[in-house]
Design a protein around this ligand. Structure first.
Ligand SMILES: Cc1ncc(COP(=O)(O)O)c(C=O)c1O
Length: 394
């Protein structure tokens, strides 16, 4: 076999998102792009804010000496300081530049963290439904994913997380606003989770972490705020990227921020910096680091996503679907009208509507609709969603 058995096996089981992407290409070639309603990918379709392109132009023109060379593996000092100032304001806890490590997106950051903290067989508890790549990131570093069901409204079920904790637990990984549910976890739940981590550390004497993956932090609606994880847990590590807030997913830029009071924070930070290097990232992209450091507070126009969410919710309700109102990100996790979500997604495809089965996120019985598409696509897709449901009922 030309590749390792594990990779060969994984290639064979390629993710649902990937399968739908390929199906989309096939349908678009057959029916024409405008006649396919592709809600399968969470790939932001908005252009980056004008400030982003202006900043890039200015940085290129400046052409500073050494601007594109190697740097310390954690990133440029000035960039780390600028990000630390931003995180301190956002999370209400004072960080210095040394607590921040720039990363190749949130995906790179999570791999760096798991490489650093996991011994073989260590467990990472993840509330379900969840972003499916977490399983592979944890497995990459010989850890085990342990799923803890959320409540029916997708809020955290602290009791289930408590029940999953044991002496092999190394981390709890949360994601709010959530992909695929759009749920934003409440401040009370974050507080309870922080208390649980503290209690577990005290009772077992083992160091564990609360890892908070927050790439959608700024994409929230109706005045909802994402509560601070650092304020409620000294063992917290925040992960984020600019992929969604600046619509620059292809540029691979994000960061890790560690709570200054984390147990032996300096040792953890040295480990994270080493992992950045030895995983082959070496450092986050230089130009992007300097760009995002200058763009504190800049983001895409979230109102555009809100309008789409409202339009889609209204359309789905009209068509007869059942779902929990998403509070953030750009996904609706809709109840499948039949128990078999894979069969329902295949049924929707017959109407040229592409979504992803909830099973792909550990959420059987649901399907995910990503609304990174224009209002026009949403408007034209609503009758298709309705027809699909009616066809099923008749
Ligand atoms: C919840 C979640 N975490 C991490 C990532 C990876 O983000 P990035 O592409 O910025 O590395 C994504 C991407 O969709 C995501 O939805």
């Amino acid at each position: 076999m030309p590749v390792a058995a594990k990779i060969s096996d994984s290639v064979g089981k390629s993710s649902w998102i990937r399968k739908m992407f390929e199906e989309g290409l096939r349908l678009k070639a057959q029916f024409g792009e405008e006649n396919v309603f592709d809600f399968s990918l969470g790939n932001p379709d908005l252009s980056p804010p004008v400030e982003f392109t202006d900043t890039l132009k200015a940085l290129i023109e400046k052409n500073e000496r050494g601007a594109h060379g190697y740097m310390p593996n954690a990133g440029f000092d000035g960039v780390r300081e600028a990000i630390a100032a931003r995180v301190s304001k956002e999370q209400g806890v004072d960080l210095q530049g040394k607590h921040v490590i720039t990363s190749c997106g949130a995906a790179g950051a999570l791999n760096v963290i798991f490489k650093t903290i996991l011994n073989p067989g260590d467990e990472v508890i993840v509330p379900r439904p969840y972003f499916v790549e977490y399983g592979t990131y944890i497995d990459n570093h010989r850890g085990l994913i342990v799923l803890a069901d959320t409540n029916p409204d997708f809020s955290l079920n602290i009791g289930n997380i408590r029940a999953a904790l044991n002496e092999r637990t190394r981390a709890v990984l949360i994601n709010s606003p959530n992909n695929p549910t759009g749920r934003v976890y409440s401040e009370d739940d974050i507080k309870a989770l922080g208390a649980l981590v503290k209690e577990h550390m005290e009772s077992t004497g083992r160091i564990i972490y609360l890892v908070s993956d927050e790439p959608y932090r700024e994409i929230v609606y109706d005045g909802i705020r994402v509560s601070s994880i650092l304020k409620h847990c000294t063992q917290a590590i925040v992960v984020t990227s600019y992929s969604k807030t600046l619509s620059v997913a292809g540029e691979r830029i994000g960061y890790i921020a560690v709570h200054p009071e984390c147990v032996e924070a300096d040792v953890l930070l040295s480990g994270l910096i080493l992992s950045t290097r030895i995983l082959g990232f070496v450092n986050a992209p230089a130009l992007m680091q300097r760009a995002v450091a200058r763009l504190t507070g800049v983001s895409v126009n979230v109102n555009i996503y809100k309008k789409r969410r409202d339009l889609l919710m209204e359309g789905l309700k009209f068509a007869g679907y059942d779902f929990v109102k998403p509070e953030g990100a750009f996904y609706i996790f809709c109840k499948s009208p039949i128990p078999d979500d894979v069969a329902f997604v295949a049924h929707l495809q017959k109407f040229n509507v592409l979504t992803v089965p909830g099973s792909g996120f550990g959420g059987a019985g649901y399907f995910r609709i990503a609304y990174c598409v224009s209002e026009n696509v949403i408007q034209r897709a609503v009758p298709k969603f309705k027809e699909a449901l009616e066809a099923l009922r008749s």
